[in-house]
Ligand binder design. Sequence first.
Ligand SMILES: *Cc1c(COP(=O)(O)O)cnc(C)c1O
Length: 361
Amino acid sequence: MSRPVQAVIHLDNLRHNLALMRRLARDRTLWAVVKADAYGHGLEQALTAFSEADGLATLEVRDARFFRERGWSRRILLLEGFFDADELVEISQLGLETVVHSSWQIDLLRHTPVEKGVNVHVKLNSGMNRLGFKPEEYGAVRAELEAIAGVRVLGCVTHFANSEASYAADGILPVNRQLSAMGKLACREDACMANSGALLFHEEVTGGAVRAGVALYGLSPDSRVDRNTLGLKAGMTLEARIIAVQHLNAGEAVGYGSRWTAKRASRIAVVTCGYGDGYPRSMPDGAPVWVCGRKVPLVGSVSMDMLEIDITDVPEADVGETVELWGEHIDVNTLASLVGTIGYELICAVAPRVPRVSGGR
Ligand SMILES: *Cc1c(COP(=O)(O)O)cnc(C)c1O
């Protein structure tokens, strides 16, 4: 390691989470969602850890090419479909499956000859109003697709806008509205509906296949529900090192803008991780950082390459000590809540300059 900041990817924890999703999926096809560089964990690591998934779901043909080159011969699904005719040719060559969400994609299919044919899933908009045809159009769209030479329709997919846990106080089941928009389609064997939230919190979501994303990486899809109660384990530990310690008198300040001022004589450690690595600049004073087996508070504004923590109460912490920004001890969802976002965004935002290092077997 040169500059001491890295994302340790816990392959054994990723496998544990996959096995948990497998139990919840029961006999349904389990797609492991690996978009956005496997939610920041690295495609290489995902490929190793998710070898027991039935298929990998992503957005880029480039990712699919990588998986095929590495010997992945199982299914691969493109969740946003194809973007132009060239991609369609490669999708056919690589034996990928693709979503079809709009009529312009049907036109492209009609006008692009593909030797080996294409396997498609019809994307249905059951209420999120992002991508897809109306559920009542399914029959007609399916017929239109099946009339094109080489096109095979494998089923329909839809995505939930609200799949968080429901509480009695809410009085509503968040997936219900979309399930009823799906109507009888929801019960079909060829329907693929559940994301992590639906798998963990909504047994009533059936169908023949599921798409697990964030839970595979050890994040609860609902920040109000602790990952430990769900049995999920951290997929990533973002860690860095203390490279300097400053001794401050009461009244002295730390970092850009002098946001934090010492109320007492303090030992402040400088840690090699900043917003240039993906740790949010907006993180407030007091956010937890893990060092020497305990939590200490972040103090002062996060810089591009460094951040500071108060180690006054941890005398054994010193230069050379490893620090966990998030991972097994600090839940990334806790930090996300402090800056008004979701854990998904933080893990996806780990910068390319941070090496992904495999831990575990
Ligand atoms: C990202 C995504 C998923 C996975 O969602 P999670 O909440 O991460 O489980 C499933 N389906 C589609 C269409 C997606 O875009």
